[in-house]
Ligand binder design. Structure first.
Ligand code: NAP
Length: 265
């Protein structure tokens, strides 16, 4: 049985990695999917993939750090599919990675916060307004955070700060809008075999394939399940949180990290 039949689902960062996997998963579960990101070719490619499998999707080019573009994204979603039921706010940038706190440039700080924190808030702002306007008001929002948002990370302070902020936004909105039928949760991702992690590992290894393999093995050794996750495994968590099976779950930070942070919790 499909878990999101006739729902309309929005996925930011839907043209790549975890967002792409989530767009596929939402479509497979019966949702009409709106993908948003900046990269047009990759966006259209994911739409084609979904349609080839019999699903329904459109791509809307969007920079989530730009209020007018986010407002227009929600407008286009409703114009095309009539409503908005689920949103995975997942787009993120990783500017200034590998800088210590004192070494970030102001531009790197501003870009990371603009996309990873303000971008999530902007999406929530227009998604919630739409969800409240529906009769009855209803909807589910999932924000992608990171285990870095729980414990911080050396050489990743700004990204971690943004991801902590995403958790606070999530919990605050959950308390504000629960009585109006809107659930808001966070997907707290560990290490997933997706471009952001791949790029970080490649960068740390200086592009050396043998070093990349070593770092991946070191990572896997820290994870209780003994391996880096597949994007589809993060997508499953988002689907579940958006489904009626999670009808009593809100304000929750659901950690999907294969046990990476289990020793510290
Ligand atoms: N992979 C991991 O191990 C891991 C771990 C913890 C958390 N996460 C989180 O998971 C989410 C997805 O990451 P990923 O690993 O799947 O990496 P990814 O493939 O690089 O995904 C990032 C997505 O964000 C989009 N994006 C970046 N800047 C944007 C902007 N200004 N406006 C709109 N879209 C923008 C990118 O598309 P365009 O560049 O085309 O815009 C891309 O689709 C992120 O929130 C990340 O922080 C990932």
């Amino acid at each position: 049985m499909q878990r999101l039949t006739n729902k309309v689902a929005l996925v930011t960062g839907g043209n790549s990695g975890i967002g792409r996997a989530a767009a596929h998963a939402f479509a497979r579960e019966g949702a009409k999917v709106v993908l948003a990101a900046r990269g047009v070719d990759r966006g259209h490619a994911v739409v084609r993939e979904i349609k080839e499998k019999g699903g329904e999707a459109i791509f809307v080019q969007t920079d989530v750090s730009k209020p007018n573009q986010v407002e227009s994204l929600i407008h286009k979603t409703v114009e095309r599919y009539g409503r908005l039921d689920c949103a995975l706010n997942n787009a993120a940038a990783y500017a200034g990675a590998f800088s210590a706190t004192a070494d970030f440039s102001e531009e790197e700080f501003d870009l990371t916060i603009a996309v990873d924190l303000k971008g999530v808030w902007l999406c929530m702002k227009y998604e919630i307004k739409q969800m409240l306007s529906q009769t009855p008001s209803t909807g589910v929002i999932v924000n992608t955070s990171s285990v870095n948002g729980l414990g911080g990370a050396p050489l990743g302070a700004i990204y971690s700060a943004a991801k902590s902020g995403v958790l606070a936004l999530t919990k605050s909105a959950a308390q504000e809008y629960g009585r109006q039928g809107i659930r808001v949760n966070a997907l707290v991702a560990g290490a997933f075999q997706a471009p952001m992690l791949e790029w970080s590992i490649e960068h740390a290894a200086g592009g050396d394939p043998a070093e990349i393999k070593k770092i991946e093995e070191k990572y896997a050794a820290m994870i209780s399940l003994g391996r880096i996750g597949r994007p589809e495994e993060a997508a499953e968590v988002a689907v579940w949180l958006c489904s009626d099976a999670a009808s009593y779950v809100t304000g929750h930070s659901m950690i999907a990290d294969g046990g990476l942070t289990a020793p510290f919790r």
